[in-house]
Design a protein around this ligand. Structure first.
Ligand code: SF4
Length: 157
């Protein structure tokens, strides 16, 4: 029988997926980048007890992405509203994923369900200005509100 591998996830990818659930009925459509966020998001939505392994490098979402080259992201981020952030998406992702790990007391290789991850977010996320300190305050507040709404929706649905 073929072995099904456990999905690997960057913490901020799972935060963003759960946050997106709070904005109405989620749609799971392929993205032009070719990444697997729609597949992973639909899996999380339909099976909150799906297990993930925490990954700070290229994860299951990145695997089919056109910007994933040798397991590193070669894309850049828009720094127009966050001039102190690194231009490299690889560096930016690592920065915020390390911050999320510190805040949620998670580390590379930890295994937990999406539901458990959401529970930890509910317990520990709070004010996220420490994670997104390069963002302007209004954007940080919007991000925080989206996380709170998404977590509540996901844990109560
Ligand atoms: S982090 Fe980079 S490689 Fe991964 S899905 Fe996003 S753009 Fe693609």
């Amino acid at each position: 029988m073929e072995k099904i591998e456990r999905m690997r996830i960057k913490p901020h990818h799972l935060v963003d997926i759960i946050s997106s659930f709070g904005s109405g009925k989620p749609e799971f459509k392929p993205h032009p980048f070719g990444h697997a966020v729609h597949i992973v998001a639909e899996t999380v939505f339909t099976n909150p007890d799906v297990e993930f392994q925490i990954e700070l490098g290229a994860d299951t979402i990145c695997s089919p992405c056109k910007y994933n080259v040798n397991n590193a992201c070669i894309d850049t981020i828009d720094t127009s509203f966050r001039p102190l952030a690194p231009k490299s998406k690889n560096e930016w992702n690592l920065l915020i994923d390390r911050r999320w790990c510190d805040k949620l007391i998670l580390k590379q290789g930890d295994v937990l369900t999406a539901r458990r991850f959401a529970g930890i977010l509910l317990e520990k996320a709070g004010n996220v200005s420490d994670i997104y300190c390069e963002f302007p305050p209004d954007l940080t507040l919007r991000k925080q509100a989206a996380i709170e709404k998404g977590v509540k929706f996901f844990l109560e649905k």
